[in-house]
Design a binder for this molecule. Structure first.
Ligand code: HXC
Length: 259
């Protein structure tokens, strides 16, 4: 389907979703959010797609929620706009397929929050990160107060959010927000290479691992290990487990089936 603010390209079991409002540095307005929601729903059940890469057109990944759209909102409208983004980002986080943010430039405010809702973050050396909302008279509103604290720790998250400072990719990697910093020109190839590697593994096992990590991290350790045990057990009901272990013992490459 043709979309106005996003481009989706599918190739070799990987879908690249490109935020495409470069004239506004890919700022998230309601239209973009709804299109993103729609794409997530579609890719979740697309049997040809194992891994999803999110990136931005032009010099930004996403420079935040759309300030022009937010300026005139009432308290209730602001709350609803926040909840709209929160729900979509949570859906992205819980999507039962791995997601990689390939951060090509500015990832500020809602853009940093979008990147944090992905499983893995690869950053161009040109990428810039931050939660500058307090400089606009608002708090982060697409779950940044929650995910940043979980990813980089409470103290660092408070420093980032209270000062609104912008950080380069190396600093974002140093504090654990970004998995890897790569040369700008190599960003998409790195993201695709990682995607293809993930796509070559047993997809049910990857999916169960994602569920175990996501659900376990929100629970106490005893609940977390129980979730892991259940999903680990379920792996043995799959053909891919038989194939993976047989291939190892027969010294050949496995050929996984399940999607
Ligand atoms: C709307 C935006 C925008 C945004 C940039 N633009 N960011 N429009 N919302 N978040 C627009 C500019 O108005 C401008 O439009 C065009 O994109 C290019 O931007 P410039 O500022 O000219 O580019 P540059 O000088 O390179 O500066 C880049 C920048 C700056 C440092 C990223 O644009 C910037 O500070 N943007 C805002 C970043 C921010 O505060 N983000 C947090 C938003 S709040 P024109 O028409 O003039 O060419 C947020 C809350 C999330 O995200 C939760 C909500 C519930």
């Amino acid at each position: 389907m043709e979309r106005k603010t996003l481009k989706v390209l599918k190739e070799e079991r990987v879908a690249v979703v490109r935020l495409n409002r470069p004239e506004a540095l890919n700022a998230l307005n309601s239209e973009t959010l709804i299109e993103l929601d729609d794409v997530i729903e579609e890719l979740a059940t697309d049997p040809d797609v194992d891994v999803i890469v999110l990136t931005g057109e032009g010099k930004a990944f996403v420079a935040g929620a759309d300030i022009g759209e937010m300026r005139g909102l009432t308290a209730e409208e602001g709350r609803k706009f926040g909840i709209l983004g929160q729900k979509i980002f949570r859906k992205l986080e819980l999507l039962e397929k791995p997601t990689i943010a390939a951060i090509n430039g500015f990832a500020l405010g809602g853009g940093c929050e979008l990147a944090m809702s992905c499983d893995i973050r690869l950053a161009s050396e040109k990428a810039k990160f931050g939660q500058p909302e307090v400089g606009l008279g608002i708090t982060p509103g697409f779950s940044g107060t929650q995910r940043l604290a979980r990813l980089i720790g409470v103290s660092k998250a408070k420093e980032w959010i209270f000062t609104g400072d912008v950080y380069d990719a190396n600093e974002a990697a140093r504090v654990g927000l970004v998995n890897k910093v790569v040369h700008h020109e190599a960003l998409m190839e790195e993201a695709l290479e990682m995607s293809r590697k993930i796509a070559s593994k047993a997809q049910l096992a990857v999916r169960y691992a994602k569920i175990a990590i996501n659900r376990g991290i929100e629970a106490d350790i005893d609940t977390g290990v129980q979730i892991e045990a259940d999903l680990f057990g379920l792996c043995f009901a799959t053909q891919d487990q038989k194939e993976g272990m047989t291939a190892f013992l027969e010294k050949r490459k496995p050929s996984f089936q399940a999607k």
